[in-house]
Design a protein around this ligand. Structure first.
Ligand SMILES: Cc1cc2nc3c(=O)[nH]c(=O)nc-3n(C[C@H](O)[C@H](O)[C@H](O)COP(=O)(O)OP(=O)(O)OC[C@H]3O[C@@H](n4cnc5c(N)ncnc54)[C@H](O)[C@@H]3O)c2cc1C
Length: 345
């Protein structure tokens, strides 16, 4: 059956900031053959779209938007200690987590409820509650969007960093990730040291947590703090947490006594961007229909009719004020395709 390519497609329901942009054309391949056919027979440019939960679309997309719908999920190898599981790029991330928790495969329970699809998880090396994808990542398959050739990337080749990977740099826009393989533990290996998670477990008198306890705890914490994009449009954390040397941190602390930090390594610390934004008085702030969430200052929300211009104006205002007050630059975590030509930039 030929692949169904649609034209002039509104993407409002396919991005969690609910930007009413249009794709010049749109296709949702269900398997590798369909994806290859598109890449080899259609003219680009191509733009790969997952769940749209980490994108701010400032324009209509003058490209063929490819929305991978590859749903395979399978165990590839197993020992009494470990399991190698493969997920197709179109599997919703939370579904992958739910499956692993049900099977008692340890490693990604702390990443419950992160929106989006599996194929996008390596792009920014998703992370939450003390765990990052790279901790359990084995390898991925990606199709070269110029040739249709399938290439494998192992962990080293992905150059994972904090909300970062090779797919945000040298390999940006060159591949469509089609499958991700994770190496998970079959024996209990829980990470519960992250402060909020630890506090939650203690408050609920959970002394020896199971994988289900951690999974439920993470979901409860997230639901109490983060806006559900279906009810209030947002793209999660809008900015990354700045990482500075311990020396810089000590200097900053002279002017901001209570400046919080999380250790990254012996030389560096991470400063919570939410704290910086909150200190500048932005929690709950609104600029038209663009706003800063009332509970989590790192999340910029669309109260209804915000345009990309409104959201970018608010994000710039935040960046400027944080810079003026703390001398720290907040780098967007959200992907903004063609930012250079975005309105108001
Ligand atoms: C409420 C909320 C909470 C969030 N919490 C977290 C969190 O705790 N931790 C965290 O790390 N992130 C979080 N995020 C951000 C987001 O969910 C993740 O970054 C997620 O992995 C994005 O997946 P997606 O499918 O929606 O990607 P999209 O937004 O569709 O795409 C993101 C980028 O990846 C590219 N891309 C997508 N799929 C592919 C593919 N198959 N091949 C190649 N490139 C691709 C796109 O072109 C784009 O550049 C949150 C977002 C929201 C809305």
């Amino acid at each position: 059956m030929p692949v169904d390519i649609q034209h002039n497609v509104c993407l409002k329901a396919l991005n969690t900031l609910a930007m009413p942009v249009k794709a010049k054309s749109f296709v949702a391949p269900r398997n590798l053959d369909e994806l290859k056919e598109i890449i080899q027979h259609e003219t680009g440019p191509f733009f790969i779209l997952g769940g749209g939960s980490n994108c701010l679309f400032a324009h209509d997309i003058d490209a063929l938007v490819i929305h991978p719908q590859i749903f395979d999920m399978r165990v590839l190898e197993e020992t009494p200690q470990e399991v190698l599981v493969e997920f197709g790029a179109g599997v919703p991330w939370h579904e992958a987590v739910t499956y692993c928790v049900k099977e008692q495969f340890y490693g990604i329970e702390n990443l419950a409820l992160i929106p989006g699809l599996v194929g996008a998880a390596p792009i920014q090396n998703i992370g939450a509650y003390g765990v990052e994808l790279c901790d359990v990542f084995h390898s991925l398959d990606a199709m070269d969007i110029k040739t249709g050739e399938l290439v494998q990337f192992n962990r080293d080749a992905c150059h994972f960093g904090y909300r970062d990977s090779v797919f945000k740099h040298e390999a940006k826009g060159l591949y469509c990730i089609t499958a991700v393989r994770l190496c998970l533990s079959k024996t209990p290996a829980l990470k519960t040291r992250y402060r909020t998670l630890d506090e939650y477990l203690q408050t609920h008198h959970i002394i020896n947590p199971t994988i289900d306890d951690v999974f439920c705890a993470v979901m409860n914490i997230r639901q109490s703090k983060l806006p559900d994009p279906k009810k209030l449009a947002n793209a999660g954390s809008f900015f990354k947490n700045p990482i500075v040397t311990r020396e810089v941190y000590e200097t900053l602390k002279e002017h901001a006594q209570h400046l919080p930090q999380f250790s990254v390594d012996q030389q560096r610390v991470k400063i919570p961007a939410a704290w910086l934004i909150e200190q500048c008085g932005f929690k709950g702030y609104r600029l038209g229909d663009a706003g800063v969430h009332t509970e989590q200052a790192l999340v910029i929300v669309n109260h209804g009719q915000a345009s990309a211009k409104d959201i970018l104006a608010l994000s710039k205002l935040i960046q400027t004020q944080v810079y003026e007050r703390f001398g720290l630059h907040l780098e967007p975590e959200v992907n903004i395709p063609n930012l250079e030509t975005a309105p108001g930039v």
